[in-house]
Design a protein around this ligand. Structure first.
Ligand code: MG
Length: 158
């Protein structure tokens, strides 16, 4: 078994789409970034790559590359997972925590789990998505940004 950890943060700006774990959240602001800025999936991708010691998201999908402008992070997740599979591993389970002051994410959690599970050819029982706030403290609390953490376990494919 291999364990991996990932972290990501993005600035929140008005008029940007908010996409988290591949699910669009109705909101008047969203994370700024070169790709779709899906902080939850970026943390998950980094955790997967980290578990396999395959570098990080920036080394595989550089944000200076025009190819990744507005990129769908679900597609990046699928590509990262394909690299994992090629090396003889599959997902054991993943646990993601999203830190965001507003809006409340509870109504979207199940869809996020299903969407991430589908991209990882897995089932929702192996994907946990949690949301929390930092109670008004720091950059997430002030609404300046969003952050996300992920841990994954990989298992050898037989
Ligand atoms: Mg990111």
């Amino acid at each position: 078994m291999r364990i991996g950890f990932g972290y990501d943060a993005h600035r929140l700006v008005p008029g940007r789409k908010m996409v988290l774990c591949g699910v669009e959240i109705p909101c008047e602001f969203g994370p700024a970034g070169h790709s779709d800025a899906d902080a939850a999936l970026h943390a998950l991708i980094d955790a997967l790559l980290g578990a396999a010691a395959l570098g990080d998201i920036g080394s595989h999908f550089p944000d200076g590359n025009e190819r990744y402008r507005g990129a769908d992070s679900l597609a990046l997740l699928r590509q990262a997972y394909a690299m994992i599979r090629e090396r003889g591993y599959k997902l054991g389970n993943a646990d993601i925590t999203i830190v965001l002051q507003n809006p409340k994410l509870a109504p979207h959690i199940e869809k996020m789990r299903e969407t991430a599970a589908r991209a990882l050819e897995s089932d929702t029982g192996k994907i946990s998505v949690k949301a929390t706030t930092e109670e008004g403290m720091g950059f997430t609390g002030s609404g300046e940004g969003i952050s996300a953490y992920a841990v994954v376990l990989l298992e050898r494919t037989e």
